[in-house]
Design a protein around this ligand. Structure first.
Ligand code: NAD
Length: 341
């Protein structure tokens, strides 16, 4: 039996891991707490840790896990910007779930866009109080508008197809354009200048940190609508708030927020938030926030559980792990068909 310490557990995680775990030689202990400096010792005696997007996996945590016997970190998500890869290399193997449902995230991005431009979030609240007035609810057609898609990987591609179905003109920016996608690629500057709506579908890296900031916002069309379902720190939140206040930005839908780690996925309704920027953003009528929910479909949760359990099985058998990653995957042992190290 491979012993797994499962951090940041939510009821919806357990459903599918419990459902499939009987088919694998694993014993899962679920911890509700996030993985961080304080909680890393909980994993002592476990060989595998399963973690998620807002866990803290820095050098100290890696060392603590390694000292406690952990040899595999199984991320049950696609993004991995919260991991110190250099610190883990040679000690703890890392696997992730590169694709579980691009449709889940792309469809959520479109759901946010539709809500925002047709104001259904306001209508929902109004009609529950028998307020049937339409004043202030004027939206705009998506048909014929230009949408700029930043990042044309698995999710961006699905989102592009959805937008085409709405009759939108689609522009795309990606430092690694994909010839097999039928879309007009352009520079990020051109995308900013031309787009009525901009949707982010790229990873958070040193290059993409605060991609949407004061400088790029200044280049955008007046009234531009911004959708971010990727990673919070792609957007400079203060610059976004200033853009909303000055009406340069006509609306923003955020499934992610740069300071989300201590807030999202938890019920904070009875506490006073000490994040003024988030409070002000949420108070704006043209800002819609969901708490990193884009991945949350039944199909995605099933795929996350199955892919993670299969990776753990490969690890336990000593096999190569298809979804292993490290900080030098271009040159590590993976290029010769072995584990990264
Ligand atoms: P992917 O790796 O298939 O595609 C990412 C694309 O972004 C690639 O084509 C890459 O070339 C491009 N890219 C890299 N740097 C860029 C930059 N600076 N500017 C523009 N493009 C750049 O990834 P994916 O599966 O499509 O996921 C995209 C992102 O969505 C992930 O990185 C993750 O942050 C986010 N995500 C969010 C959720 C959620 O629940 N909100 C769920 C899954 C993924």
């Amino acid at each position: 039996m491979t012993k797994i310490a499962f951090f940041d557990t939510k009821p919806y995680d357990k459903v599918w891991f419990d459902h499939f775990s009987g088919d694998y030689q694993v014993e899962i202990t679920y911890f509700e707490s996030k993985l961080n400096h304080k909680t890393a010792p909980l994993a002592n005696g476990y060989e595998v840790v399963c973690a998620f997007v807002n866990d803290t996996i820095d050098e100290q945590v890696i060392d603590d896990l390694y000292q406690g016997g952990v040899r595999l970190l199984a991320m049950r998500c696609a993004g991995y910007n919260n991991i110190d890869f250099k610190a883990s290399f040679g000690k703890i193997h890392i696997v992730r779930v590169p694709a579980y449902s691009p449709y889940a995230v792309a469809e959520h991005a479109m759901a946010l866009l539709l809500s925002l431009v047709r104001q259904t979030h306001h209508s929902y609240v109004r009609t529950r109080e028998f307020n049937f007035s339409l004043n202030g609810l004027v939206g705009f057609d998506l048909h014929g508008k230009t949408i700029g898609v930043v990042g044309t990987g698995k999710i961006g591609r699905v989102f592009i197809d959805i937008c085409k179905g709405f009759g939108m003109r689609v522009l795309a920016y990606d430092p690694y354009p994909n010839d097999s996608i039928s879309v007009d690629y352009c520079s990020f500057d051109e995308l900013c200048r031309e787009s009525d709506i901009i949707s982010l579908h790229c990873p958070l890296t040193e290059d993409s940190f605060h991609l949407v900031g004061r400088e790029s916002i200044a280049k955008m069309k007046d009234g531009v609508v911004l959708i971010n379902t990727s990673r919070g720190a792609l957007v400079d939140s203060l610059a976004l708030l200033e853009g909303i206040r000055s009406k340069k930005i006509g609306g923003a839908a955020l499934d992610v927020y740069e300071e989300e780690a201590e807030l999202f996925y938890e019920d904070r309704s009875t506490t006073i938030l000490d994040d003024d920027i988030l409070m002000l953003l949420i108070s704006m009528p043209n800002v819609l926030v969901t708490s990193h929910q884009a991945f949350l479909t039944k199909e995605a949760l099933q795929n996350i559980a199955l892919t993670t359990l299969k990776s753990i099985e490969s690890y336990a058998k000593g096999d190569v792990m298809e979804h292993e990653i490290c900080y030098q995957c271009d040159t590590c042992n993976k290029v010769t068909g072995q584990r990264c190290f």
